[in-house]
Design a protein around this ligand. Structure first.
Ligand code: TXA
Ligand code: MG
Length: 325
C-alpha cells in the first residue's frame, strides 16, 4: 500500500504514538521521524533509509526546556547557542543522558539535538511532547528532500506500514541541512556547515570554532554523500569558460543570476539571486537534472559567506561522489 499523505497534525501525532513513522517538514529539509524512545520505530527509520546502524540520528525537541531529558550536560557556551538559535537550523552534539537509546546515538557517548523552526514540525513536537528521532527523509547517500514529492520519490515504496504518514508542509525554506556543532567540551566544533555560520557561533560564544567539517563522526560529512545520478562539476566563476569547452553530453547549469555566461548549450536548472536562494534551490535542481536525464551538472560556486559556505560544501560533496549511482 502507498504511504498516506496528510496535512493533519493530529493524524501525524497518532501515528508516532502508535510506533509509526512520519515524514515531516522542517525549515531545512524533510525528516523521517519516529519516537526516539521507541526502539523498533527507530530501527525502522534505519531500515527505510538503508542507513548503516552505526550512524547516529538527530533527536528533534519541542523546545530547549526538555534538553536535560536528553543531555547529561550542556556546556554554557552551547546553551547560549540554543537560546539564540532554537527553534532554528542548528544541531548540538552533547553528552547523552542515561536512557537515550544506543540506536539513536550509534553507540556514541553523545546525542545530536535540535529544535526545528517549521511551524508544522513544532506543532507535532509540542503535541507529542518529547523527542523525535529524524534523519533526512532520503535513502542513504542521496540528496535530502525539500518537498513532499521528493519524499515520495525517495521513500514512497519503502514506507509500507499502515501506520506511516507523510505530513505535507510545502517546500522547506532553508534547503540545506542544519549546522552541526560538537558541544561536548570547551571547544565548539563545526561538524557540518549550514545556515547558522561559524562566524555567528564565534560572535555569540566568544570562542574559536574548530573546523572539522569532513571529520569522521557524522555520515553527513562523508565525501560520497548528497549525490545525484548526474555527474556534478563544481567550478569557481573564473573557471567556467575553460570548463564548458571540455564537456560532452547534456549539460545542466546552476549559477547565481549575476554570473556572466559563456556561450554553450545547457539546461538552466536554477538562477538564484543570492546564496540563500541557492541553498533553497540546490537539491530540487539536482533532482531535476536526474529527472531530465542530464549527464553533467555544472554548479558555479557562490561566494564563501553566510549560507554560501554550506552550499559550497554540499556542491563539492556531490561533485566528489563523482560516479553514476
Ligand atoms: O537539518 C537537519 O539536520 C535534518 C532535519 C531533518 O532536521 N536532519 C538531518 O539528519 O540532516 P541526518 O541524519 O541526515 O544527518 C544528521 C547528522 C548525521 O551526519 C549524523 O551523523 C550527525 O548528524 N549526528 C547525529 N548524532 C550525532 C552524534 N551523536 N555524534 C556525531 N554526529 C551525529
Ligand atoms: Mg541526511
Amino acid at each position: 500500500m502507498a504511504i498516506r499523505a496528510t496535512t493533519d497534525v493530529g493524524d501525524a501525532v497518532a501515528a508516532l504514538r502508535d510506533g509509526g513513522l512520519v515524514a515531516l517538514p522542517t525549515e531545512t529539509v524533510y525528516g523521517l521521524a519516529g519516537d526516539a524512545r521507541n526502539q523498533p520505530a527507530v530501527a525502522r527509520i534505519f531500515a527505510a533509509k538503508g542507513r548503516p546502524l552505526t550512524h547516529p540520528v538527530i533527536v528533534h525537541l519541542p523546545d530547549a526546556d526538555v534538553l536535560d531529558r536528553w543531555a547529561a550536560f550542556v556546556p554554557p557556551w552551547a546553551q547560549l547557542l540554543a537560546d539564540a538559535f532554537w527553534p532554528g537550523p542548528l544541531t548540538l552534539i552533547v553528552p547523552r543522558a542515561p536512557g537515550v537509546l544506543d540506536t539513536v546515538t550509534g553507540g556514541q557517548p553523545t546525542v545530536g539535538l535540535r529544535v526545528p523552526a517549521h511551524p508544522l514540525a513544532l506543532e507535532v513536537l509540542r503535541a507529542f511532547g518529547d523527542g523525535l528521532a529524524a534523519p533526512s527523509a532520503n535513502r542513504y547517500g542521496r540528496v535530502s528532500p525539500t518537498t513532499v514529492e521528493h519524499v515520495l520519490a525517495e521513500l514512497g515504496d519503502v514506507l509500507e506500514d499502515d501506520r506511516d504518514v507523510v505530513l505535507d508542509g510545502g517546500r522547506c525554506g532553508v534547503g540545506v541541512e542544519s549546522t552541526i556543532i560538537g558541544a561536548w567540551d570547551d571547544t565548539p566544533r563545526l561538524l557540518r556547515a549550514g545556515a547558522v555560520t561559524a562566524e555567528q557561533v564565534i560572535e555569540l560564544t566568544g570562542r574559536d570554532v574548530s573546523r572539522v567539517d569532513g571529520g569522521v563522526r557524522a555520515p553527513g560529512t562523508t565525501a560520497a554523500h548528497y549525490a545525484p545520478a548526474a555527474r556534478v562539476m563544481c567550478v569557481e566563476v573564473d573557471a567556467l569558460s575553460a570548463t564548458v569547452g571540455t564537456l560532452a553530453g547534456r549539460v545542466g547549469l546552476i549559477a547565481l543570476s549575476t554570473v556572466p555566461l559563456p556561450d554553450f548549450e545547457h539546461v538552466r536548472l536554477a538562477t538564484p539571486a543570492d546564496a540563500d536562494e541557492y541553498a533553497f534551490a540546490l537539491y530540487a535542481a539536482l533532482r531535476a537534472a536526474d529527472d531530465a536525464g542530464l549527464d553533467v551538472v555544472i554548479a558555479v560556486l557562490p561566494p564563501d559567506s553566510g549560507v554560501g559556505h554550506a552550499v559550497r560544501d554540499r556542491v563539492q560533496r556531490a561533485a566528489t561522489a563523482g560516479v553514476r549511482a
